[in-house]
Design a binder for this molecule. Structure first.
Ligand SMILES: Cc1cc2nc3c(=O)[nH]c(=O)nc-3n(C[C@H](O)[C@H](O)[C@H](O)COP(=O)(O)O)c2cc1C
Length: 204
């Protein structure tokens, strides 16, 4: 009996590993295909007025994209920070899922930014469970964009889910411009990712 259970578990583990490998190969193929469109460098030529780049980042990917946007647009930066310092653990994923379901969003540190003087405001963060990371919900819940031009962006493993739709629902009174999302890719695609950012901003 025990032997049978062990054999079944080994088979299940094998199937799981195979599914993960196929998924990773498909994502790698899609990333390569998408980013190959951005192998030509385009001159940056946008003029978006005074720019603010707002972002939340837990593990640094969104921070990297936000930094590139700020440096191209010569924008100011506002980092969304949570009062609690989230520690990485498998339980954290389950907790986030529960928090999203219960609309229980984390407390943020510090004052909200004063956006009066800005013409264009980028707002970005990671995708968590196919929607916005909970700190983004906290942030948008406290803001009123009063007709400001807001440009959303996200970073994710491979599936942005309903990030944009959820963003539009939460960003009160915003004129939401063209969204861009960035899969986490290896450093070998740094140039393509940078070109993608330039292309996106030039066409806002
Ligand atoms: C709790 C949690 C849930 C996530 N859910 C998704 C998801 O639904 N889809 C996806 O493609 N990536 C998902 N990810 C991966 C992150 O979106 C991705 O790593 C992101 O670039 C991290 O951004 P950051 O480094 O700025 O925190 C999730 C990550 C965490 C921590």
């Amino acid at each position: 009996m025990l032997k049978k259970i062990i054999i079944i578990l080994v088979i299940l583990a094998f199937i799981g590993a195979l599914i993960a490998i196929i998924h990773n190969l498909r994502v790698a193929y899609k990333n390569k295909k998408e980013l190959s469109k951005f192998n030509q460098t385009e001159d940056y030529k946008a003029n978006l007025g005074k720019v603010l780049v707002v972002y939340y980042s837990w593990t640094g990917h969104t921070q990297d994209i936000a930094g590139q946007i700020a440096s191209l647009t010569k924008g100011d930066v506002y980092r969304i920070e949570t009062e609690e310092d989230f520690k990485s653990s498998p339980a954290f994923y389950a907790r986030v899922k529960k928090n999203l379901k219960e609309k229980n969003y984390p407390k943020l540190k510090g004052q909200m930014p004063n956006i009066d003087s800005y013409d264009t405001i980028f707002v970005g963060g990671p995708v968590w469970w196919y929607t916005m990371a909970t700190p983004l919900y906290s942030f948008l819940g406290q803001m009123d964009f009063k007709g400001k031009k807001i440009i959303p962006f996200s970073t994710q493993g491979s599936n942005p889910g309903t990030f944009l739709q959820d963003f539009k629902n939460e960003a009160k009174n915003a004129q939401v411009g063209t969204y861009a999302n960035f899969n986490n890719v290896s450093a070998k695609y740094n140039t393509e990712v940078h070109n993608k950012i330039i292309h996106w901003i030039n066409n806002l």
